[in-house]
Every structure is written in C-alpha cells, then in structure tokens.
Design a binder for this molecule. Structure first.
Ligand SMILES: [Zn+2]
Ligand SMILES: [Zn+2]
Length: 302
C-alpha cells in the first residue's frame, strides 16, 4: 500500500513534490485552487505541464490526487450556489487532469435535510456534465472523480456507502466515477472497524455497495470525535478516538493493499509530517501482521 500526504502548493504546484518527498510520502494530494474560495485557478499552461512532467518522472512520488474545493455543493437547493458549484467542479477536474492526477476527491455536498432522493437527479447531472465538459475542454479523458464518504453532519450526502452507490447507480455506473474512503468520516458515521471482524464487515459493505474496484484512494486519519459523532474532525494517527490498533485492522485488509492511503492529519498544525507518514507505515505493517496471525490461528491444528 502506498502512503501519501496532503501537502501545500504554496510557491507553485511543483513544490508539492518536494514537500511530499520531505515527509517520505509515496503519493501527494493537493488543492489545485484555493479550497475555501470560489476564485478560479490561476496556473499557467506551463506550470501545469511542468507539474505533469516532473510528477511523471519523479523518483519517489508515484501518484497525485487533487482534493476539490470545499465550497462545492452539488446538492444545494440554491440555484446560484449550485451553478457556482458545477463550474468549480469543472475547473477542479480540468486542472487535476492537466497535471496528470489520478483522481479528484469530492465532497458531494449537503441537502440540508431534504433527503438524498430529492437531490439525486441534480447531483448526477452536475457530475456527468462536469466530466463531459472537462473532456471537451481537455480534448482527452478526464481523471477519475472520487466521491468521498461523509462524517454525516447536517444532511451531508455520502453519510453511508449506500448513498455513494446510489449516485453511481444514478449515473448508470459511469466508469469515470470512483470513491474515496475516509477512515475518520467512516468512524464518525458510526462504522466500527476496530476488530478484524468489524473491518471485514466494513470492506464487505463497500464491496456490496459501490464495489471495491471503484475504491480509488483512502483518506487515512484518526478522529477527534467518538464513533458515530457525525463530525468531520481529523486527528493524528494513534492520538484519537479510533487509535492505531483499529486503523491497523482496517488498513491490513488484503482487499485494499493496492489502494493508496493519503494522510490528512493536522500534524503540528501544518499537515502531515515525516513522523505521521512513519506512523502510517507502522500501523500498516502491524495490520498486515495481525491478519497473518489471525490466519495462522484459524488454520491451527490442521
Ligand atoms: Zn475530503
Ligand atoms: Zn474530513
């Protein structure tokens, strides 16, 4: 499993590769535009090409993911906000594709209590149109759009994997769609994966709903809030309510070993540090070892 880190692009997109390398990551995740502003991205075509070329030949960074602007709300009942969200999603997709990203991770948004059923059509239309328009703008395939599971606050879409599956189904199973599974959001939405059996059940539920083949990346975070608290609050690995052992039981699952896991932990306040990436690798190897031990015990006596 590749381990990644969300890193800043302050000073230019390509600086993300240096920051990722400095913390020992295999993968980086970036914002391609200001995450909390509607301002369009300002990268020159040269800067985009420079990132794509540097990333493609990089000696340690193997993949890049882009995280979409947080303001995007494809489930909004406000026409202006919806229109802005559609345009912003398109910009995110075009830029991410231009830098050779493996996917754009998206928080679908919030219906503010109206229910997923009442916004499913507008969410599907927004996603399909953004992907189509991005391909037209690029004259080439766009990168995958990865719908992220939500912690479940205030009518957020994606509070369950079934909700993400409903969107994929509404889009006719569009192969351009995938999902991103955030371990903190999963915990906050009430899924207890602290035992190997619990982790197995969580992975089975993912496979039965959206299908494992759609899992494009994992967001690997501990949680400041307890199981089922429905709030999006990341904590450093092993320092939160999930804990290292629970994260290990999930991370060591063999079905997800080829899926990159990207840290979005606070670190000291500036995001993932080298020690956070090391902690992730330690938790992963503990998880793999726990699985091997459990298999050995299961086969005991034969
Ligand atoms: Zn996210
Ligand atoms: Zn989060």
């Amino acid at each position: 499993m590749l381990i990644g880190a969300h890193v800043s692009t302050s000073g230019g997109l390509v600086t993300a590769l240096e920051r990722g390398t400095a913390v020992g990551a295999d993968v980086v995740q970036v914002f391609t535009q200001s995450p909390r502003m509607w301002r369009s991205p300002s990268h020159t075509p040269e800067a985009l090409a420079a990132y794509r070329d540097a990333a493609a030949s990089h000696e340690s960074i193997r993949a890049t993911f882009a995280h979409a602007t947080y303001l995007v709300n494809l489930a909004s009942g406000d026409e202006e906000l919806y229109a802005k969200s559609c345009r912003c999603l398109l910009e995110n997709l075009v830029t991410a594709s231009a830098i050779g990203a493996s996917g754009v991770v998206l928080h679908v948004g919030s219906h503010r209590g109206a229910g997923l059923g009442s916004v499913l059509g507008q969410v599907r239309d927004a996603i399909e149109r953004a992907l189509d328009d991005a391909e037209d703008a690029l004259g080439a395939p766009a990168c995958r759009l990865l719908l992220e599971n939500a912690a479940g606050a205030g009518g957020t879409v994606g509070r369950s994997l079934d909700e993400l599956a409903a969107i994929v189904d509404a889009a006719g199973g569009d192969p351009r769609l995938g999902v991103c599974l955030d371990t903190q959001h999963l915990w906050a939405s009430g899924v207890d994966y602290s035992s190997l059996e619990g982790a197995d059940a969580a992975i089975d539920a993912l496979d039965r709903s959206v299908g494992l083949e759609r899992l494009g990346c994992i967001h690997l975070n501990d949680s400041k809030v307890p199981l089922g608290a429905n709030r999006d609050r990341h904590e450093n690995l092993g320092e939160g309510e999930v804990g290292a052992a629970a994260l290990a039981s999930l991370l060591g699952h063999p079905a997800i070993e080829d899926v990159p896991a990207v840290l979005e932990v606070p670190g000291d306040g500036d995001g993932p540090r080298a020690e956070d990436v090391s902690a992730a690798r330690r938790i992963l190897s503990d998880g793999v070892a726990a699985r091997a031990r459990a298999r050995g015990e299961g086969a005991g006596g034969r």
